[in-house]
Design a protein around this ligand. Structure first.
Ligand SMILES: *[C@@H]1O[C@H](CO)[C@@H](O)[C@H](O)[C@H]1NC(C)=O
Ligand SMILES: *[C@@H]1O[C@H](CO)[C@@H](O)[C@H](O)[C@H]1NC(C)=O
Length: 411
């Protein structure tokens, strides 16, 4: 009885408020890596894998293109692959790639990548991830020492990482002690390790289907997105059929509105991990290694792939010999886009979506609005607008509560 008179009032408020508030969900594009210019702005590693101890040589830029491991295909997609054309003799390494953006992206950034194919197969360990400038190029142990000396943290965020015959993606943060993962109520993935200083990092396993392996490719690939915000680090994955309209409609130049993305696969709220303390500006990295200190560990390798060759040893049964085991060991990437809350043309409304705050429990998800999106300001790009951000944040929280009220009234 009471609902009838209330609804028109609430709905009319929404009509008035939405156009005003919409831009605060928006991110401005700062860099598009795609098509023939995809490879501009990346450094090629050009050395053995002395970081994850895989049995690969990560080629330099000339060899990468010369040997056909990096190229743009007819579809206009960038391909990064493991050598599948040459015989590798015992005690030799196989050629592969590791590329890192020259640009580093600060807290307040959003990264989106659309991929058609991700490397998979026994011994294969691909990753799309981000890292602070000092890690892991100096080695993990050195890095820890450096951290202690420098008293600030430079860390990494793994958006896509899997090994061997896993059929799902894992997401993780790697930090020194003091950053913990707490599982927020509307995280879609399953939390595993909670302490981000453990060797695995704090890990969340994807539960949506087709996030990795043959299933990912068969579905036409999908999109990964990561929001790197003062309020936390939030990672989404959508298989091709489920990509949100905002992403389908985004161009290589347009801003993007993330307000309808719904709950992320992995949600690392800043309540238990101070993002600005533990993370410096991040470079984006694609790499493919073989075996090494995850895929090649007997405890990981044997159950999945131990029977795939005569010796049960990752290197012997895969890396050595002809390359046809690696026909699926390639990334095919439509684009990588980096966005910022500030953007090239600064906007004063630099608020970002924080998926995990106590407010979420009051704005529970509904069929109509899968949000749970309470908002926190993200002032890092334009510190001068911090006051405005705070005010806008307050208004948005109010809006979310209103929406929650309206939807729960209707339902
Ligand atoms: C890895 O190799 C590169 C190139 O030789 C070198 O600059 C870097 O210091 C090495 N890192 C480690 C951890 O050994
Ligand atoms: C988070 O870390 C930053 C940088 O170290 C610091 O300025 C800030 O006060 C910290 N925030 C909290 C809530 O501890």
């Amino acid at each position: 009885m009471l609902l009838a008179p209330m609804l028109p009032f609430s709905l009319s408020l929404l009509v008035v408020w939405l156009p005003v508030l919409w831009p605060v969900f928006g991110y401005e594009l700062v860099r598009d890596y795609s098509g023939l210019s995809f490879f501009n702005g990346w450094d090629f590693y050009g050395a053995y894998d002395n970081l994850t101890l895989g049995d690969v040589m990560w080629l330099n830029v000339d060899d990468a293109f010369g040997q056909g491991l990096a190229y743009v295909n007819r579809a206009g997609n960038a391909v990064l692959k493991v050598d599948n054309m040459h015989n590798v003799a015992f005690n030799q390494k196989r050629n592969s790639l590791r590329i890192t953006t020259q640009a580093a992206y600060a807290v307040g950034s959003l990264w989106i990548t659309d991929m058609v194919h991700i490397p998979f197969g026994c011994s294969v360990w691909p990753a799309f991830w981000t890292k602070g400038p000092k890690w892991p190029d100096n080695g993990e142990i050195e890095y820890v020492l450096q951290f202690c000396l420098q008293a600030y943290l430079l860390n990494r965020d793994s958006i896509m990482e899997a090994i061997n015959l896993m059929d799902y993606n894992q997401m993780a943060l790697h930090t020194l002690p003091g950053c913990m993962h707490t599982t927020p109520p509307n995280q879609m993935g399953v939390s595993k390790e909670l302490d981000c200083s453990m060797p695995s990092g704090c890990v969340v396993a994807e539960t949506a289907p087709n996030s990795y392996q043959a299933g990912f490719a068969a579905a036409g690939g999908g999109v990964f997105a990561a929001q790197f915000d003062v309020s936390g680090i939030f990672i989404w994955f959508w298989s091709r059929p489920n990509i949100p309209l905002s992403i389908l409609q985004a161009t290589s130049a347009s801003p993007i509105d993330i307000s309808e993305w719904g709950p992320p696969s992995a949600s690392f709220p800043s309540t238990t991990c101070n993002i600005t303390q533990f993370f410096s500006p991040q470079n984006l990295v694609f790499d493919i290694t073989l075996c090494g200190i995850w895929a090649g560990l007997p405890v990981e390798y044997l159950p999945a792939c131990g029977n795939s060759g005569p010796t049960g040893i990752c290197y012997n049964d895969n890396v050595v010999g002809p390359g046809d085991r690696y026909n699926d060991a390639y990334f095919e990437i439509k684009y990588v886009r980096a966005y910022t809350t500030g953007g090239i043309a600064p906007t004063p409304t630099a608020a970002a979506v924080a998926i995990a705050t106590p407010l979420k429990t009051t704005t529970t998800t509904s069929m109509k609005r899968p949000a749970g999106t309470a908002l926190v300001s993200s002032p890092l790009f334009y510190p001068g607008s911090a006051r405005m951000n705070t005010e806008m944040g307050g208004v948005i929280v109010l809006l979310c509560l209103l929406v929650g009220t309206v939807t729960s009234s209707i339902l």
